[in-house]
Design a binder for this molecule. Structure first.
Ligand code: FEO
Length: 387
């Protein structure tokens, strides 16, 4: 296994997870990587590690450059086990290494691994000289856990950004500009929508703290490294963390005998007639994490469910629970659905949307199969409510 040179003395020594298709509930059709970086200077530094089952791959790549026992410093930017999973092994190989992390990083690593490693708790803004190069540590709590920090190397203008700016892509290419930009951006959007979205305020703060840094390379902890198009990905992050929305409606539903589906299609048609960008998803065949990728910039979120045993459909309940946790802000919700008797589901969906903090439109609820007149009424009613 080869280390990949990013800049003079700086190598990618991570691991490629070609086969992973579900990352704690997030679908990853393109797989992912766990990125670790090796910096060779008077002192040798490893930034982050990899998931436990790919440790040998990381060690192989480190060994392509140096003997891993020579590592002096290990920077743990994030406790989550996909980045810290290699610590027990590397700390056993390089027992004198100093483990640099944030205050919450120390707490989290001690709790996860029950080891009394040689910790150094870095203050935010602290600078560590490693020879010709320096490392600056900046705390970025809640991007994505309380322990997150990023590491900046000013001599090479490189930011080891951990979860920020990452994407779940497994590829032999290591740089974003070696792949179609649309694919990398879509995966970056999906990553933000499913991992970082609840922490927009913290992302905004982190972007502010990093705004004055001269940057040539952003090296995240997943996916490919940004060495061009930096302003595009930073611009998108600024938009996403500000909860900016487009003239866009996402319609999500499940259906039993197609009646809720017919209503969903009429809702889409109505938004389209108003000049909206629209997306339509049946939850039976769309993963909730893919829906979130589109919701990130959608002004209207329309959710439909028939009534099943006095309740909403389990697929819809699952989506709404996920949506509530990811907490997009400043959206407008619309609940809809058909029912045979009882008909509780639409009210339940509406309550979920209110619990998400959304303004809601008057819901759409049809008994049995909507006829042409009812569909026309839906269109007229919705046209009256939507700007
Ligand atoms: Fe890939 Fe929050 O870790």
């Amino acid at each position: 296994m080869k280390a990949i040179k990013l800049k003079e003395g700086i190598y990618w020594v991570g691991a490629i997870d070609w086969h992973i298709r579900n990352f704690h509930g997030y679908s990853t059709p393109r797989g992912t990587t766990y990125n670790a970086y090796l910096i060779i200077d008077d002192k040798i530094t490893l930034v982050d590690t990899v998931k436990y089952y790919l440790i040998d791959e990381m060690l192989d790549r480190i060994s392509d450059v140096i003997d891993p026992s020579e590592i002096d410093y290990i920077v743990s930017n994030h406790v989550e086990p996909d980045h810290s999973g290699g610590l027990p092994e590397i700390m056993a190989i390089a027992p004198k290494a100093t483990l640099i992390t944030s205050p919450n990083g120390e707490k989290g690593l001690r709790a996860h691994y029950k080891e009394d490693w040689n910790f150094h708790v870095a203050k935010t803004g602290e600078v560590l000289n490693i020879g010709k190069k320096n490392l600056t540590f900046v705390h970025t709590p809640m991007v994505h856990w309380p322990d997150n920090m990023v590491t900046y190397l000013p001599e090479d203008k490189i930011l080891f950004s951990n979860d920020a700016f990452g994407q779940h892509i497994a590829s032999s290419e290591r740089f974003a500009d070696e792949l179609p930009l649309g694919i990398v951006m879509e995966e970056a959007q999906k990553y933000y929508a499913n991992i970082v979205l609840p922490y927009g305020a913290q992302v905004k703060k982190a972007l502010g703290a990093l705004a004055d840094l001269a940057l040539e390379v952003i090296a995240p902890s997943h996916g490919v490294v940004w060495r061009s198009d930096l302003s595009s990905i930073i611009g998108e992050y600024e938009k996403w963390c500000g909860n900016a929305t487009d003239k866009k409606a996402v319609v999500v539903y499940d259906t039993m005998w197609n009646s809720t589906e017919i209503i969903a299609e009429k809702i889409v048609e109505t938004f389209e007639s108003k000049g909206y960008q629209t997306r339509l998803y049946n939850l039976k065949n769309t993963h909730i994490s893919d829906v979130m990728t589109e919701i990130i910039n959608a002004r209207y979120i329309c959710v439909g469910s028939p009534t099943l045993n006095n309740n909403l459909m389990p697929t819809v309940a699952s989506f709404l629970t996920y949506l509530k946790g990811l907490a997009p802000k400043d959206r407008i919700g619309l609940a809809f659905g058909s029912y045979g008797w009882g008909g509780q589901s639409v009210g339940q969906v509406e309550q979920y949307l209110k619990d998400c903090g959304f303004e809601t439109l008057e819901n759409i609820r049809i008994q049995y199969i909507p006829d042409e007149n009812q569909l026309e009424e839906i269109k007229v009613k919705l046209e009256g409510m939507v700007l």
